[in-house]
Design a protein around this ligand. Sequence first.
Ligand SMILES: NC(=O)c1ccc[n+]([C@@H]2O[C@H](COP(=O)([O-])OP(=O)(O)OC[C@H]3O[C@@H](n4cnc5c(N)ncnc54)[C@H](O)[C@@H]3O)[C@@H](O)[C@H]2O)c1
Length: 248
Amino acid sequence: MARIALITGGAGGIGRATGERFTAAGDTVVYADRSAEGLAELGSASDTLVADVTVVAECERMVADTVERHGRLDVLVNCAGVWVEGPTAQMTEEEWDRTIDVNLKGTFFACRFAIPHLERTEGCIVNLSSDAGLVGTAETAIYNASKGGVSLLTRSLGLELAPKGVRVNAVCPNDVETPMLAGQARDYGGDDPEGYLAALLADYPQKGRARFIRPDEIAALIVYLASPEAAPITGACIPIDFGSTAGY
Ligand SMILES: NC(=O)c1ccc[n+]([C@@H]2O[C@H](COP(=O)([O-])OP(=O)(O)OC[C@H]3O[C@@H](n4cnc5c(N)ncnc54)[C@H](O)[C@@H]3O)[C@@H](O)[C@H]2O)c1
């Protein structure tokens, strides 16, 4: 039977690629995003809903609308996320609140309202953590705090929901070629966005052979984690990062 998958941040690079992969496998996807313009780009054939995951009531409505439209919920993928970086002594309360609210609070409350429905279907959750949710990186303290939170939230929920047959995992990518990465280069690359991206690649273990991860490569891991073949995997935070968190 076709599953019903709800993807937050569904208009973004990873959310969109993940939706395409679920759809190709015969599943039904609801794309949720705060950006109505981004959702419109998915085309009229896509099932979309506008929701800001920083607003708890919108998380509740997003899940309720999905179940009302399709009668059930089998998979929740939490892709909504924002990036911030900079020296900690220069960071603002607004940057802290926005990043923690989207990345951590939004992920938590999407899970919180999805759980009763996922218990009914013995479904699963896949969260988007990050390499920065596994190890520290300099001048990204807020993002690290948000994604570290997502990683431990994932492990905790994996244990809590295991007796109910609900699996919860996270994928932890390094840099993926999406609008987020382009925005990082634009916002933080000064007058040399290409140099910003080149400096990221220079840190990869592959050195001269390094490239950024493609969104469809992240989507493949997410869809695998949501598949019956992944039945033994829960509470896991899986790096997909060209080895960049393997050691130093
Ligand atoms: N791109 C990368 O290099 C990378 C690496 C590691 C982890 N991640 C994580 O993967 C996830 C997806 O990132 P992406 O690269 O596809 O980014 P993206 O910017 O392409 O997409 C993110 C989407 O989230 C949406 N969004 C932001 N705030 C929201 C809110 N409050 N409510 C609902 N939607 C909201 C945006 O509108 C956007 O469509 C994020 O959680 C990100 O932190 C990305």
